[in-house]
Design a protein around this ligand. Sequence first.
Ligand SMILES: *[C@@H]1O[C@H](CO)[C@@H](O)[C@H](O)[C@H]1NC(C)=O
Ligand SMILES: *[C@@H]1O[C@H](CO)[C@@H](O)[C@H](O)[C@H]1NC(C)=O
Ligand SMILES: *[C@@H]1O[C@H](CO)[C@@H](O)[C@H](O)[C@H]1NC(C)=O
Ligand SMILES: *[C@@H]1O[C@H](CO)[C@@H](O)[C@H](O)[C@H]1NC(C)=O
Length: 237
Amino acid sequence: MVTRVLHLILVALALICDSGNCATFENVSLVLVSRSPEYLRTFFSVYVRSANSLAPYVNPQSFEVIVIVEENVPVLRKNSISNMSKIEEINVVASGVRRIEPGTFHDLPKLQQLNLSGNSLVEIENGVFTNLQVHSLSLQNNQIARLGDRAFNDMNLRFLFLNHNKISMWSSKWFAGNPLKSIQMADNLIQELPAYAFKYLRRFGDRIDVINWSNNKLQRIDGQAFNGLNHLGVDQK
Ligand SMILES: *[C@@H]1O[C@H](CO)[C@@H](O)[C@H](O)[C@H]1NC(C)=O
Ligand SMILES: *[C@@H]1O[C@H](CO)[C@@H](O)[C@H](O)[C@H]1NC(C)=O
Ligand SMILES: *[C@@H]1O[C@H](CO)[C@@H](O)[C@H](O)[C@H]1NC(C)=O
Ligand SMILES: *[C@@H]1O[C@H](CO)[C@@H](O)[C@H](O)[C@H]1NC(C)=O
């Protein structure tokens, strides 16, 4: 009985939080870490009782890496991860993130790596990463089934990890304007490569090393899929 009441309270709380009444970060522990080798073991732990932005907790410290692991952050809201001029790497991993609002990330001039793996994301809307310039973006091990047609445009990305999601169609338009070297898309549900499947990667065709489609459902490759390509390492099992 007691557990059932507790369960109901928790469900009610979750619903209230979903409707936008909770702060983005409630009862969240974050760890700040230094990137430079001589300080690799230096870190600083912060407990955020309730806040809509990480900046006031991060900016007074002199660390470059933010780590949030196995916490509970269902929605990353607009402006919540922004305005942090020293930060080079952000990890929000295995923390139940279901949605990222466009405008969450901005004014992160030194950011190079963003890791959002192991969450519960189902969609990446256009605009979510619009204000970011990062070398490496990891969205692996989510539930992503939908990508906005310009989801990753103009981010200056080299390495993109989308493996282990639920992506069922392929569009190179997602990647326009990035000098990508590697796209990891293993363990998805891609069935078909459409005509001109690399159109928006073509300008960078001489630089990309790997597109990994291991463990997809590829059944059909359009006769014009590879039009305009010179060479490309395709790992397709
Ligand atoms: C955070 O912790 C406080 C105090 O324990 C509790 O009242 C509140 O409901 C918690 N919020 C969430 C979203 O878990
Ligand atoms: C950004 O952070 C600085 C201090 O770190 C603060 O003075 C400024 O108001 C913040 N700007 C915004 C738009 O939040
Ligand atoms: C992202 O974080 C997960 C969990 O810590 C780790 O296994 C993975 O290697 C990271 N990915 C990248 C690209 O850094
Ligand atoms: C492709 O992905 C599979 C599964 O994650 C992995 O084992 C393999 O090493 C990857 N291959 C390349 C060339 O990245």
